[in-house]
Write a protein that binds this ligand. Structure first.
Ligand SMILES: CC(C)(C)[C@H](NC(=O)Nc1cc(F)cc(F)c1)C(=O)N(CC(=O)NO)CC1CCCC1
Ligand SMILES: [Zn+2]
Length: 187
């Protein structure tokens, strides 16, 4: 199973590579990898398992963070309503692609972090507010979905990893908390 020891940290050149698309039909090892990535995220959000395995609570993971330069991401976004156990988005995406996006931009009010970055980097990470993406799931089935709010931010953060982009590349160096007119701040 995947633990923090398998996650490479900034400075490893793989995090700055453009990852390769996977071919269909998916190889067995690529399906197993996807399952393990999703399992890591679920474990990391389970208090007992996270403590036992020393995991940081994760909502998304990209294959390059495991030193595997392939266009595979996993996302497991819990429902903001603690009453609802069902996650709002929980899936593995093969060859995810942003087809279109809103003009409106958005950022997380608390800024971003990264499982591959062992330091705080303060500042707003401005992204598209809404995106339409295509991807293949573990069964090789094509999907085209629209995402907004937190899910949209998470998927953009993960797709960035497939293109060698880190969240702090988006932060305004002169004024990390500068915000243009009309950028949606997500709580
Ligand atoms: C880097 C870390 C702080 C661990 C971040 N988690 C997070 O922001 N909050 C969180 C954690 C949970 F478990 C459950 C929950 F609802 C919220 C995260 O997983 N990532 C994923 C990552 O590093 N992928 O490469 C960073 C996030 C910043 C914005 C989107 C993803
Ligand atoms: Zn990250």
């Amino acid at each position: 199973m995947i633990t923090m020891d398998n996650i490479i940290r900034e400075g490893n050149p793989t995090l700055r590579e453009v990852a390769e698309e996977v071919c269909l039909p998916l190889k067995e090892e690529e399906i197993v990898l996807g399952k393990k990535m999703l399992e890591f995220l679920k474990n990391s959000q389970d208090p007992e398992k996270a403590e036992e395995l020393h995991l940081r609570g994760g909502v998304g993971l990209a294959a390059p963070q495991l030193d595997i330069s392939k266009r595979i991401i996993a996302v497991h976004v819990p429902n903001s309503d603690p009453e609802i156990a069902e996650p709002t988005l929980s899936t593995v995406m093969y060859n995810p692609k942003i087809l279109s996006h809103s003009i409106q931009e958005a950022c997380l009010g608390e800024g971003e972090g990264c499982l591959s970055v062992d330091r705080e980097v303060p500042g707003y990470v401005v992204r598209h507010a809404k995106i339409t993406i295509s991807y293949y799931d573990m069964d090789g089935k094509p999907h085209k979905i629209r995402l907004k709010n937190y899910e949209s931010i998470v998927v953009q953060h993960e797709i960035d990893h497939l293109n060698g982009v880190m969240f702090y590349d988006h932060i305004n160096e002169k004024n990390p908390f500068a915000l243009k007119e009309g950028v949606l701040v997500i709580k």
